[in-house]
Design a protein around this ligand. Structure first.
Ligand SMILES: N[C@@H](CCC(=O)N[C@@H](CS)C(=O)NCC(=O)O)C(=O)O
Length: 214
């Protein structure tokens, strides 16, 4: 499989798939969308459950390879287009920290944010995958304070993941609008790729809402 083979992104606007589309644009990757109207429940239909049994987006297909889970998708795509410069090479000293912060998103940040948003009692610290919400967020804040990016001077795919994620989690009030997060999000969302996809998402989301209501 090569980077010239087109990628299919299973997509729904204003969802966790948005960041993957932004990444594809940043990478200059050739891709097509397979759009699901989640407002109409298409993600729970058998056709899509055959792609991702969880009924969640994003998912990508690249030739025979089907990849679900944002963490895997970001690593896969950024490695596929090394010329875009968004991934440290395997022998780069920054590779470890890069993988660390991408994995941190899925393993620690997401479960913590959902518990926080749902006002759920977290598991005791020794059993929780993320210690506790404040510690989890504090470690991220300390890293971002070194700025301007997660790996300090160099933007990577990890920043697209985190910039987009902090954008929506702050919007929903699941993450506090601390200066360091606000400035970081602004750095990512002001980029042309995010601006383009955000505008396209607004339009697509309005069409989906109208179609679901009809
Ligand atoms: N663990 C998955 C979670 C993806 C996820 O939660 N996607 C949401 C979109 S924001 C979804 O597809 N929700 C549709 C549903 O469950 O009905 C990942 O990181 O890719």
């Amino acid at each position: 499989m090569t980077s010239t083979d087109r990628i299919t992104l299973y997509y729904s606007p204003q969802s966790r798939a948005t960041g993957t589309r932004v990444l594809l644009e940043e990478l200059g990757a050739p891709y097509d969308l397979c759009v699901l109207n989640m407002k109409a429940g298409e993600q729970r239909q058998p056709a899509y459950l055959a792609v991702n049994p969880l009924g969640k987006v994003p998912a990508i297909r690249h030739g025979e390879a089907l990849v679900t889970e944002q963490v895997a998708i970001y690593i896969y795509l950024a490695d596929l287009f090394p010329q875009a410069g968004l991934t440290p090479a395997v022998d780069d000293i920054r590779r470890g920290p890069y993988l660390r912060w991408i994995a941190y998103y899925g393993s620690s940040f997401e479960p913590a944010v959902i518990d926080q948003f749902m006002k759920r009692e977290p598991a005791p610290i020794s059993q929780s995958p993320y210690a506790d919400y404040e510690t989890m967020l504090g470690a991220l804040e300390a890293q971002l304070a070194k700025g301007p990016y997660l790996l300090e001077d160099r933007i990577t795919a990890a920043d697209i993941l985190w910039g987009v994620a902090l954008h929506w989690t702050m919007m929903f009030g699941a993450v506090p609008q601390k200066d360091v997060f606000v400035r970081y999000v602004e750095r990512i969302t002001s980029r042309p790729a995010f601006q383009r996809i955000s505008a396209a998402d607004d339009e697509m989301a309005a069409q989906h809402a109208a179609a679901a209501a009809a």
